[in-house]
Design a protein around this ligand. Sequence first.
Ligand code: CP
Ligand code: NVA
Length: 334
Amino acid sequence: MAPDRALTDLLSISDLAEELGPLLEDAARLKTERRQGESRATLPGKNLALIFEKPSARTRTSFEVAIHDLGGHAIYLSPSDVQIGQRESIGDVARVLSRYVDAIAYRAFRHESVVELARYATVPVINALDDREHPCQIVADLLTMRERWADGFHGRRLAWIGDGNNVLHSLILGCAAVGLDLSAATPEAYRPRGEVVQAARLLADRTGAEFQLSSSPEQAARGADALYTDVWVSMGDEAERAPRERAFAGYQVNAKLLGMAARDAFVLHDLPAHRGQEITDDVLDGPRSAAWDQAENRLHAAKAILERLLLSAPERERGPRQRRHRRTRPRRRR
Ligand code: CP
Ligand code: NVA
């Protein structure tokens, strides 16, 4: 099922586009194998650098465990270690790290910084969240929905309640790519970026996915097959906390809103959650919460992403049981 196009970096979920289906299949298989104690070391000797400008629990830990499970090694570089763009230019960090490691995951304040790192790196770069996107999260989210919808994404509708932020941007693109309808409710002043919506419409031409935008959480939630929310104040937006908390006051996923969704609808949250703001305790901790499976799925998604970027197509096509372990040199791309 491996596509022949070389995936060099994962900067946006749209880099995966039509590859999302096979990637989700791989992630599901990797999950089953891990649960059965049959994880295979398909990336022995591979080193992954994690450059983080912002805090993280899930992204850092899932990538560290993922590369370890696959036989490789992670090197976490905190903001004070590298001081990327301050102590040294992003391009110089990219050039140097490419001589040591096989891939770089980068969590940045600015999307342009991730693009800049990828421009100079000669190894694959993974966007570990920036102000525009969070592609690794959306792979895990789609895996979580796929597990609950045996009949697939077509004919299903997800409702987003909250900020037009990085997670929503990747979700709009990801849903369009897999053919999942999405209704987003955001305050007027916190809409998703127009260029992302435009890009998603192009992807949706192929799959027929519909995207609706409104300012009504009730309209979005009514009859939806799943509800998804995220923090009102993302990392980097802290200076806007007071106006944001006012604007988002009616955008809470609670029992009343969930009652408007389909009878078997479930709730997604990428976490960390601000309980009592965008989501109530009873919903997050309740039987219809998928948030904990979603968090677990970050690990299986991370493994599928690492294999996709670091194994060649023939290696992936041979399948897990036939893979030979070998150390490959970083690609020279320029
Ligand atoms: N959902 C997510 O990316 O969590 P972290 O910020 O803890 O990595
Ligand atoms: N939108 C949130 C996601 C955290 C995983 C943020 O950027 O802080």
